[in-house]
Design a protein around this ligand. Sequence first.
Ligand SMILES: Nc1nc2c(c(=O)[nH]1)N[C@H]1C(S)=C(S)[C@@H](COP(=O)(O)OP(=O)(O)OC[C@H]3O[C@@H](n4cnc5c(=O)[nH]c(N)nc54)[C@H](O)[C@@H]3O)O[C@H]1N2
Ligand SMILES: Nc1nc2c(c(=O)[nH]1)N[C@H]1C(S)=C(S)[C@@H](COP(=O)(O)OP(=O)(O)OC[C@H]3O[C@@H](n4cnc5c(=O)[nH]c(N)nc54)[C@H](O)[C@@H]3O)O[C@H]1N2
Ligand SMILES: [Mo]
Length: 629
Amino acid sequence: DHYEPIAWEDAFALIAKHLNQLQSPNDAIFYTSGRTSNEAAFLYQLFVREYGTNNMPDCSNMCHESSGVALIETVGIGKGSVKLEDLYLADLIIIAGQNPGTNHPRMLSALEKAKRNGAKILSINPLHETGLVAFSNPQTVGGLLGAKTDLSDVFLQVRINGDVPLFKALLKLMHEEEQKNGGVFDWKFIEEKTTGVQDLLVDLEKYTLVQLADDCGLTLSQLREAAELIIRSEKIIACWAMGLTQHKNAVDNIREVVNLLLLKGSIGKPGAGTCPVRGHSNVQGDRTMGIWEMPPKSFLDSLEKQFGFQPPREHGYNTVEAIKAMHERKASVFFAMGGNFLSATPDTVYTAQALRNCSLTAHVSTKLNRSHLVTGEEALILPCLGRTDQDIQHGEAQFVSVENSMGVVHQSKGKLKPISEFLLSEPDIVRRLANAVLECKSVVDWDSYVAHYDNIRSAIERTIPGFENYNERVRKPGGFYLPNGARDGDFKTNTGKAAFSVNQYVPLKLAEEEYLMMTIRSHDQFNTTIYGLDDRYRGIYNERRVVLMNEQDVHKRGWKAGTKVDLFNYFGGVELTAPQLIILPYSIPERCVATYFPETNTLVPIDSFADRSMTPTSKTVIIQMKITD
Ligand SMILES: Nc1nc2c(c(=O)[nH]1)N[C@H]1C(S)=C(S)[C@@H](COP(=O)(O)OP(=O)(O)OC[C@H]3O[C@@H](n4cnc5c(=O)[nH]c(N)nc54)[C@H](O)[C@@H]3O)O[C@H]1N2
Ligand SMILES: Nc1nc2c(c(=O)[nH]1)N[C@H]1C(S)=C(S)[C@@H](COP(=O)(O)OP(=O)(O)OC[C@H]3O[C@@H](n4cnc5c(=O)[nH]c(N)nc54)[C@H](O)[C@@H]3O)O[C@H]1N2
Ligand SMILES: [Mo]
């Protein structure tokens, strides 16, 4: 019921006591958010694996996991294939399920430059997001004068989760044109570099354009206009974010995007390729460093060879599995390297109970948050330096490094004086944790690594391919690129070729008063950190408990702007609720509604997740609404 100050040594001794009395290391869970540097992440996974578990769920599980699963099997690498320069060379940039104006504002200048170079933009979104449809860049003269540019040449206001039928319709229209006049598909690329095209083309015969258009909520002429852009382009880049990854069929969404690129030969050459746009500053680097509940065998073999201990081989828990394990008391220690687990995960009430069932919950944090308030029997907050803080070890200022969405590894060095002398860096926290938990049993010389972070980078260089001369190259301005087979047209799949895929979809049937809800971010938040109550690009001020709802749907219910409603659903017989939200008529397809994350995470069922990637379906939540009593 309260926290009190504790000495660092006592905190680590307490964690060691809890971890060392577990029956199995697999009874502990080690979560990671995506801010942790390469250096801290590498040490952290090394400690967790020497301790003996792969239970390393991370925020990727809720974010781009579906992209990773789809891309690894189709093009052989779970990351995007484009560089920033590619955007400037593209004929067409597709932006699906992403709101760059708010979430990736720096990308807008790149898109603007791409447009000046002649690129067309096709946007696919249930909302007319500003930035996609009316963009004013304050850095240009037009922007200063208030003129707005339409970045999108074609905008498809797709129904929530209508992307598979939408892409199927586009593929079908491309195929029709190919059969009629030819010149649409890149047959040389398809024959040399891919497998499975015939299966895809045969499968497309099963669908009619009329049915597909109906299932994605668009007209045939809108789809034709979009297909026309694709047919005429040779270099296409597809960008996407959470609008594609957080659905039951999210992996299929992304595989359809890949199908489109492969038919056009638009991957593995300049100006073309895949661009999953990431969230946290180092979420991609953390994966490269081995923060993964399903590490590849080659990675574990390399750890074993370099460090001489036997890392656990069985897969660990992902985020959903970790919550369930704690709920069922199969796991009882929860340790988090950053993040806000309680608020970011689905089914807040269920997850809260899961955390309360633990004997210990411990959070390495830069800011206080909700997760610190819902605790195990004992709880610790371990305050750490942020990325902007100076990090001094043995009298020398250290820097860390991170990997961005385009696979560039670069330096990050804090300059600010830390607000307290008691804050520790994340690598130092891992060092002390490892020393306390593993004591002299450890075969790793933890102290030497943290004495100078060059030593951590040397260990990374020896363990993970692509980091040759890490210390030298990371010091160069701009950093360096990691190897990326898909970028070079070298697809590291089982067959050595890129794979077309056949994807199914089951149109969602909504009952009489059911709606499809997506949970989205406002302008004034970074994930679970809310800075203010405004969402200025969407014109929503001073309120976050709103339901964006189609105007006709509002009318049909006899409601109006400002009607106060309770949201609820029954998934698997359990009632989930979010009380007292305000109706806001908005331009959104019929039967679709939007609410803000994390307030409505209470409505995302714990058992509703994407096939194969197990990402919670935060963008397909079936709900009902009733007027608040
Ligand atoms: N300012 C700010 N920046 C951020 C973040 C933040 O919270 N604030 N978060 C960071 C993180 S971790 C991430 S992952 C990214 C997230 O970046 P985004 O993915 O852009 O964030 P969301 O708000 O989840 O928006 C999803 C978009 O997809 C659309 N969408 C929803 N459902 C569907 C669908 O079924 N089909 C299609 N085609 N579109 C759909 C929504 O209308 C919305 O425009 O942003 C990162 N950057
Ligand atoms: N319904 C719904 N749920 C979602 C989503 C959605 O769209 N809808 N999006 C999902 C996505 S894409 C993501 S990425 C997750 C985000 O899940 P998380 O990464 O768990 O959540 P954040 O809100 O980013 O975490 C913020 C906290 O991280 C800590 N922190 C910040 N910087 C640092 C640092 O440098 N070091 C350390 N140690 N701590 C730090 C601070 O204490 C801060 O309070 O949420 C997911 N949840
Ligand atoms: Mo994310």
